[in-house]
Design a protein around this ligand. Structure first.
Ligand SMILES: [Zn+2]
Length: 128
């Protein structure tokens, strides 16, 4: 990226030089300067296209890594949480059927039985 910024700076400098040559009525040098400028612009266009291509690949890679992280389950306080911090999820449902079932508050004496329960398999968990 720094390479491209440096390239644009030299293009701006080349335009300034051509403008000075034009002001001095040095049309032969203006024509040479414009020919060089055209080549340099083509080179910059190519470098920019490479950079855009690389950016697209990196964005795709980031999206894949985020998806993997989101699927990653972390076991903590007897339950699972996903990579995005979602959860808690039922360990019985995830380990047995690979389903992410979000636990709900246990309405039955949470102090004795546990504070969370699975709405699918009704497993009760103490997460605190
Ligand atoms: Zn369950």
């Amino acid at each position: 990226m720094q390479d491209i910024i440096t390239g644009f700076n030299s293009l701006i400098e080349a335009v300034k030089n051509i403008k000075e040559l034009y002001d001095m009525n040095n049309y032969v040098e203006v024509k040479k300067g414009l020919a060089n400028l055209e080549l340099d612009l083509a080179e910059m266009k190519s470098r920019l296209a490479e950079q855009i291509n690389e950016n697209t690949k990196l964005k795709s890679k980031i999206r894949k890594l985020q998806a993997v992280k989101s699927e990653e389950m972390v076991f903590k306080n007897n339950v699972y949480y996903d990579g995005d911090g979602g959860g808690p999820y039922c360990t019985a449902c995830y380990d047995g059927k690979h389903k992410k079932i979000r636990l709900v508050d246990n309405p039955l004496d949470p102090e004795f039985w546990g504070d969370k329960m699975c709405p699918v398999c009704e497993e009760i968990y103490k997460t605190k």
